[in-house]
Every structure is written in structure tokens, then in C-alpha cells.
Design a protein. Structure first.
Length: 189
């Protein structure tokens, strides 16, 4: 006779000892929550005791009691350092904030500050000259007529912002040695 296969158990119904597995997981979660609550209450108690200690330290300062730490080497009093109280530390008075910049004289009361000089508008950029290329013209011949160099003309005509992008692309593809009659060359001013 053939034996029937054992029914498969899911994790929720399987057992580890007398209880199902999920009971052990739940117990672990509850234990972790209880530990977290206990630690929080301990830190609250510690914070309250530190606040009480701070209140005691404030009263000690007002009564001119020896400081807890020696300033020179940050060692507790009585550990390799003299136990006599040191002189109270005083800080120099802070001057009131000034409203004038260094090197400037303040305005007398009742007067208005001088106005800054008016800025000059930026000089307008002169429009470039347009030159129509003629038969047998070269970039160096055009530059010579207009008292400049062919490199300046080439740079100006192939710089973005001076000409349309497709014109610049065409000029760069041909190079500075090839000009066509009727083509326009810009000459900077």
C-alpha cells in the first residue's frame, strides 16, 4: 500500500515546542518594546538628575565656591592640581555694535546720508560692418582694407552670438580659405 504524503505546514501553523511560531515572534516584539520603554524612562531620570546638578552648580558659582575643573589643564580639582579656588573669570565688556563701516564717518543726527553717484549706462556696442564678398576676395584682403587681421575676422564671424548658428557651422565646415561671392562677412567695430 502506498503511503499518503504528509500535509505541508505553513509557518503560521507550524510549532516549535508547545506554541505556534507566531507566538514566539509576538513575544519577542513585546520584549523589545518593553526594553525600549525602560531605556527611555532611564534617560529621562538621568536628564532630571543632570538638571538638578546644574541648579547646584549655579548656586555654587554665586557663592564663590572653587570651580569644578581647573582651567589650565581641565583636570578635576584635587587630581594633580592645587585645590585653592582661582580668581573669578571676568570677560571684558563688549562694545555696542556700530552702524558705520570702518573708515567711514557717521552722519550727524538730522542729516541724510549722501546718495551714491549715478552709474553711467554701459556703452552701446557698435554694430559690425557688413561686407559683401566679391569675386576673388580673400579674408586677408578684406581684413587689410578694414585695418584688422584675418584671424580677428575669422574669430568674430565664427563666435556664437555674432552670427546665426547655422551660418557659423557652414563657415567652420569650409574653413577660412573658402569664400563665395555675395556672402556677407561681419567686420567688428
Amino acid at each position: 500500500m502506498a503511503e499518503a504524503p504528509a500535509p505541508s505546514k505553513s509557518l503560521l501553523t507550524s510549532k516549535w515546542g508547545p506554541f505556534p511560531v507566531w507566538v514566539y515572534g509576538l513575544a519577542g516584539l513585546i520584549a523589545a518594546w518593553l526594553v525600549a520603554k525602560w531605556r527611555a524612562s532611564q534617560s529621562e531620570k538621568k536628564g532630571a538628575s543632570q538638571a538638578d546638578t546644574a541648579d547646584l552648580a549655579d548656586t555654587a558659582e554665586t557663592e564663590q565656591v572653587a570651580p569644578q575643573f581647573i582651567i589650565e589643564n581641565n583636570m578635576p580639582a584635587g587630581v594633580g592640581a592645587p585645590t585653592t579656588p582661582s580668581a573669578p573669570i571676568t570677560t571684558p565688556p563688549v562694545p555696542p555694535p556700530t552702524t558705520t563701516l570702518p573708515g567711514k564717518l557717521p552722519n550727524p543726527p538730522g542729516t541724510t546720508p549722501p546718495k551714491p553717484p549715478a552709474k553711467k549706462p554701459p556703452a552701446k556696442k557698435k554694430e559690425p560692418l557688413e561686407y559683401k564678398v566679391k569675386h576673388n576676395d580673400t579674408l586677408s584682403a578684406i581684413a587689410k582694407k578694414h585695418h584688422t587681421t584675418w584671424q580677428e575676422l575669422w574669430t568674430y564671424n565664427t563666435t556664437a552670438g555674432n552670427r546665426p548658428a547655422n551660418t557659423i557651422k557652414t563657415l567652420k565646415a569650409r574653413g577660412p580659405n573658402l569664400l563665395y561671392a555675395g556672402e556677407t562677412i561681419l567686420i567688428p567695430q
